[in-house]
Design a protein around this ligand. Sequence first.
Ligand SMILES: Nc1ncnc2c1ncn2[C@@H]1O[C@H](COP(=O)(O)OP(=O)(O)OP(=O)(O)O)[C@@H](O)[C@H]1O
Ligand SMILES: [Mg+2]
Length: 294
Amino acid sequence: MDLSKLYRTLGMDEFLVLKAMASLISKYEYVPLEILEKKVKVPPKKLGRSILRLGKINALIKGRGSSYKITFLGLDLLAIHSMMLKGIISAIGTQIGTGKESDIYNAVTLEGNSVAIKFYRIGRTSFQKVLRRRSYLVDKMNWMVRSITAAEREFNALRILSEYTDYVPKVFGRSHHAVVMEYIVGIELQKYFSPSDPLGILRKILNVLRVAYIKVKVVHGDLSEYNIIVSKQGNEEKPYIIDWPQYLYVDDPCHASLLERDIKYLINFFKRRYGVVIDFRDALRFVKGEIDEV
Ligand SMILES: Nc1ncnc2c1ncn2[C@@H]1O[C@H](COP(=O)(O)OP(=O)(O)OP(=O)(O)O)[C@@H](O)[C@H]1O
Ligand SMILES: [Mg+2]
């Protein structure tokens, strides 16, 4: 069953249970029933019924004795509920994308804007890979707490970046591990084979990196053809840079090597795919603001 259908099967008591479970995820992997009873102020019989209902749809998993663990599905349903209550979205649609560490759904805001919701799923890829790519997540937090942290980071990065550039999705809100952002109608650069102005696209991307570096003082850190969506608006090709949770501030000692990696990768991709050549050193100096044209 899809998320929107499952969402409609739940009532107020189930959301109270999910909310209590979510508030305890950094303390317990499995929450003992007596703790849950204290936290959720509904009569034990009603609580039991809600737990049963949530278990049936796999929003909760039963552990040893009487203890329960919230699942990513449970957290998704809670995030949807809270975004509905806050008026960030009015309806949730279907899944439109899958990343290594996220599922993307479409949704609609109260004003009727089409938005994308990114539900983080840190831990879906292998443990080692995640640690390598998401180096900011190094302590012993569990995957759900990490997913919430990633959503907070991406929300904050996009919020500040979009004050300075149009070429990142605007954000509408966040709840738990979910970020609501502008839905970019376009094609991933990875699937974009015949651009009309590849050099123009490359320059626009470098300009976003420059604004990020100079104005926001961050580097993306995971730039690739998979994290760029080209949106055609009239004759214009607009490259949107997505997927920012691993960004680093420029005062982080690792930022320089990541910035160089991002730019080198980008330059090589454009050379290989489109035969467009920009010198790496010049691109780096442009992004850092040492020269004004590239
Ligand atoms: N705002 C958006 N508008 C339209 N499509 C989007 C948006 N955000 C993400 N997508 C789609 O979903 C895919 C996954 O998104 P994203 O790269 O942010 O997730 P991820 O799990 O971090 O990815 P990765 O596989 O790189 O780890 C994207 O490649 C893109 O196709
Ligand atoms: Mg990605």
